[in-house]
Design a protein around this ligand. Structure first.
Ligand SMILES: [Zn+2]
Length: 388
């Protein structure tokens, strides 16, 4: 484990994200998204699962050919044909990685793979070594790590390191862990596995209990230096840890979390919007950082405060994450001050008396209509002479 404080962002929007319901993307969309993800400043871009289909293989290969900046990773099971396909797909990349996984929990070994722990150990040693013969940068993930017997997990990590793994990713595959437990697992591994100081530890969290981001932060504090995440938090089931949330936490709470990273914050909102255009759903309006309402203030008290000084109700500025939408939402909870401000932005400087008249019309309209748009406000000026 390196002792530095730089957190590696590993984006899996195009792999874990893309394989989830409603998130399928066409070849061209994946390629455009890959360029956007590279521009966001991620360190590793997991481009796909090449053995899964010809389409997946082609997308990974095209991304490896044309996207520069991040290391391009391809996923494969601990099987010869998967590793060969992954190696071939990322071969054109400037910097490449093969990412291999094998389940290690007794439940998965018995029910899914039907192999013993000893067989799993042999398979990990053999397949990591095979991948290493193609690529110097190898990531190994013991799938369902958080439900794997803790002592067996130590053995698995040791064997993977001996076979040549350079990153060890311990996923909370089913989104079951609490932050404290997830951190403790990494601390134990760091303490007990020989050679652990020479590899990067990685977190991969799912949001089944809404803890993916909290668990990722707990992992960082326990010495993990790579986080796997996806834009808008897309991914299997409830999704992966949201890239934009981890990046924002590291920025806003730098006072407590002394870590560096390469994410270009102002590109977060545009990247989220672009992804929403390619897949069949966007971020929920109340989603942190990139939701349409993430910076919207509707109550009169909040609006007055934010107009006087944004710090009253904003812990980060909309502009810092590239948000360009409306953040003062006019409705029945708005005050006179917010209306006056909006009219000013629309080019209408009104006297105190005029504002009084228009505000009366505004509140009458707001009782009838849920959302009030700029054209409604302008109509209030025109409907009758503004001053009686
Ligand atoms: Zn996953």
């Amino acid at each position: 484990m390196s002792s530095n404080n730089r957190v590696i962002f590993f984006d899996t929007t195009l792999r874990d994200g893309e394989q989830s319901p409603g998130c399928t993307m066409h070849h061209d969309e994946k390629l455009r998204m890959a360029h956007t993800i590279a521009d966001l400043g991620v360190d590793v871009l997991e481009a796909g699962f090449p053995i899964a289909s010809h389409g997946d293989f082609d997308s990974v290969q095209s991304i490896a050919r044309s996207v520069r900046g991040p290391r391009i990773a391809a996923l494969g099971r601990a099987k010869r044909e998967d590793i060969e396909a992954a190696a071939k797909a990322v071969e054109p990349a400037e910097k490449s990685r093969i990412h291999i996984f094998l389940s290690t929990s007794d439940l998965h070994l018995a029910a899914k793979l039907r192999i013993t722990r000893e067989q799993a150990i042999d398979q990990i040693a053999e397949m990591v070594a095979l991948a290493k013969s193609y690529c110097a940068d190898i990531e190994f993930s013991p799938e369902d790590a958080t439900r794997t017997d803790p002592d067996f997990l130590l053995k698995v990590c040791e064997v993977a390191i001996q076979a040549g793994a350079t990153t060890l990713n311990l996923p909370d595959t089913v989104g079951y862990c609490l932050p404290e437990e997830y951190g403790a697992m990494f601390r134990r591994v760091r303490e007990k596995v020989p050679g652990i100081e020479n590899v990067v530890l990685s977190a991969h969290c799912h949001d089944d209990l809404g803890l993916a981001v909290a668990n990722s932060i707990a992992a960082i504090e326990a010495g993990v230096r790579q986080v796997e995440c996806a834009i808008n938090g897309i991914g299997e089931r409830a999704g992966n840890a949201a890239l934009e949330e981890i990046a924002a936490i590291l920025m806003v709470r730098k006072d407590k979390l002394h870590y560096e990273n390469s994410i270009v914050m102002e590109k977060l909102f545009p990247a989220s919007q672009e992804l929403s255009r390619y897949i069949s759903f966007g971020a929920a309006p109340n989603k942190a950082i990139v939701g349409a309402n993430a910076f919207a203030h509707a109550s009169g008290i909040h609006q007055h405060g934010v107009l006087a000084n944004p710090l009253t109700y904003e812990i980060l500025t909309p502009a810092s994450v590239g948000y360009n939408g409306q953040h003062i939402v006019l409705g029945k909870h708005s005050g006179r001050r917010a209306l006056e401000h909006r009219l000013g932005e629309l080019g209408h400087k009104l006297s105190k008396e005029e504002i009084g008249v228009v505000y009366e019309r505004f509140t009458a309209l707001a009782d009838r209509k849920k959302d009030i748009y700029d054209q409604d406000i302008l109509a209030l000026l025109k409907s009758e002479p503004a001053v009686a």
